[in-house]
Design a protein around this ligand. Structure first.
Ligand code: HEC
Ligand code: HEC
Ligand code: HEC
Length: 131
């Protein structure tokens, strides 16, 4: 038996991927999102920006597998500072405003990663700590 839901979402993802250069360059797609750069003033990402734009999803999957399946918590060094592979403990250390960074693009691209069902955002964390 085929799973129709899976096929349809597979097709949607395929179309999004194939047409990515078109809509990402803003042809007919309305104003481009302007993700806010790290408020802490960091200048570099864990990989060149263009590479991050294209494949941060794969990188996150690789990191998750490294940490959870291979117990590899190796650190990455960016601008002389060490970060452990992770979503909160790396990405969100610099991109501390998920709403103004991750969300601006994702809303534009109509993707809603489910990561935040479990992983806590800096905003949620700050709220908790204030309680
Ligand atoms: C069902 C809950 C759940 C969802 C959904 C989820 N994760 Fe996780 N994730 C976890 C747990 C639990 C850990 C283990 C935390 C630890 O051991 O540090 C983890 C660990 C990770 C790690 C490794 C280290 C760390 O603490 O950050 C990465 C990277 C990661 N997840 C990325 C993602 C991404 C990207 C998504 C969305 C595509 C996602 N996760 C969705 C539960 C979840
Ligand atoms: C050390 C701080 C730091 C860490 C850690 C970090 N980033 Fe970045 N990130 C940056 C900076 C600074 C830029 C802008 C770089 C540039 O423009 O050359 C950036 C750029 C990006 C971009 C491209 C943004 C655009 O405007 O096109 C994406 C996507 C991104 N980061 C995602 C992530 C993800 C996902 C993680 C975790 C796997 C992560 N970053 C970890 C600092 C960081
Ligand atoms: C420069 C725009 C941009 C920024 C900034 C950005 N993303 Fe994305 N992200 C995208 C696009 C576009 C997609 C979907 C396209 C694709 O799958 O190729 C995506 C997809 C994802 C996915 C996979 C979603 C899925 O359902 O499979 C994850 C996980 C993700 N992003 C995490 C993050 C995190 C975490 C941040 C903030 C630290 C972030 N992204 C910032 C553009 C961005």
């Amino acid at each position: 038996m085929y799973n129709k839901g899976l096929i349809v979402s597979g097709l949607v993802i395929f179309v999004l991927l194939v047409t990515f250069p078109i809509w990402f360059n803003g042809l007919d797609a309305g104003p481009l999102p302007k993700p806010e750069l790290p408020p802490g003033g960091e200048k570099e990402c864990v990989a060149p920006a263009a590479e991050m734009r294209d494949s941060h999803m794969q990188l996150l999957n690789e990191w998750r597998d490294d940490v959870l399946r291979n117990s590899d918590r190796v650190t990455v060094t960016v601008g002389g500072k060490e970060y452990q592979k992770g979503l909160q403990i790396a990405c969100m250390q610099c991109h501390s405003n998920k709403e103004k960074f991750c969300d601006t693009c994702h809303e534009y691209a109509a993707v809603s990663p489910t990561c935040w069902d479990c992983h806590i955002t800096p905003t949620e964390l700050a709220k908790k700590e204030a309680q």
